[in-house]
Design a protein around this ligand. Structure first.
Ligand code: CTP
Length: 210
């Protein structure tokens, strides 16, 4: 099993970066719970303040490009992928090697798109089960369903990051588990309880597909 977690950092120069508020908690909870259930887990993690989960092979990366390389290295051996990482969609187009001095600071920083890791896995999915996350501001169901289809996923864990207690950098989450057939709305729960619910749903999907 392969799990991605945490944010990525996209360098502006040697000291500054574009990042996001992801703590990594949800992906780490999934990796830890899966290992407890007996899975052989590789966790590819962006920078977080969390300790490596017990019983999990943890690979630390910084940028979206490094995450892609680490995911690619583990993908062939995986039969289940859960992509919980908040991968940057954009990065500075020309990061500066040294430090940009205040006097030389540009008024704007040109950005370019990053590679969509999960969509690339969806395109060469084979018999694997693929699970994505969708962080939406407002009702997440419609746009999460569109991502389920466009990234060729079996399940998407959607949340409204504007709802109280949900989303980034909090210990709880309120998610909807969406597959082709159904949308299961869960109450506000601890992220470890969300991890158990996601893995229960995945186990059911894997049984159905056998
Ligand atoms: N993801 C990824 N690689 C990227 C961007 C996202 O693997 N470069 C994965 C995330 O780990 C997550 C899902 O795709 O599982 C989230 O997709 P999201 O970033 O919400 O999709 P976008 O198409 O960027 O949606 P939006 O237009 O809402 O930003």
């Amino acid at each position: 099993m392969l799990v991605t977690a945490g944010p990525t950092r996209e360098p502006i120069d040697a000291v500054r970066f574009i990042g996001n508020r992801s703590s990594g908690r949800q992906g780490y909870a999934i990796a830890e719970e899966a290992a407890r259930r007996g899975a052989d887990v590789t966790l590819v993690s962006g920078p977080t303040a969390l300790a490596d989960p017990f019983g999990v092979r943890t690979v630390r990366v910084e940028t979206a490009a490094e995450m892609l390389a680490a995911v690619d290295a583990a993908f062939d051996e995986a039969d289940l992928v859960i992509a919980a990482a908040a991968v940057a969609d954009l990065r500075p187009a020309a990061p500066v090697e040294g430090k940009i001095r205040k006097a030389d600071a540009p008024e704007s920083i040109p950005l370019e798109g990053t590679f969509d890791i999960l969509a690339s896995l969806g395109a060469r999915k084979g018999p694997r089960v693929l699970v994505g996350f969708a962080a939406e501001a407002g009702d997440p169901v419609e746009s999460a369903r569109a991502k389920l289809a466009s990234k060729n996923l079996d399940l998407i864990v959607a949340n409204d990051i504007t709802a109280p207690g949900a989303g980034f950098d909090v210990p709880t989450n309120r998610v909807i588990l969406i597959d082709e057939a159904a949308a299961l709305e869960l109450p506000l729960m601890d992220k470890r309880a969300v991890a158990r619910a996601v893995l229960d749903r995945v186990e059911a999907l894997r049984k159905e597909s056998r």
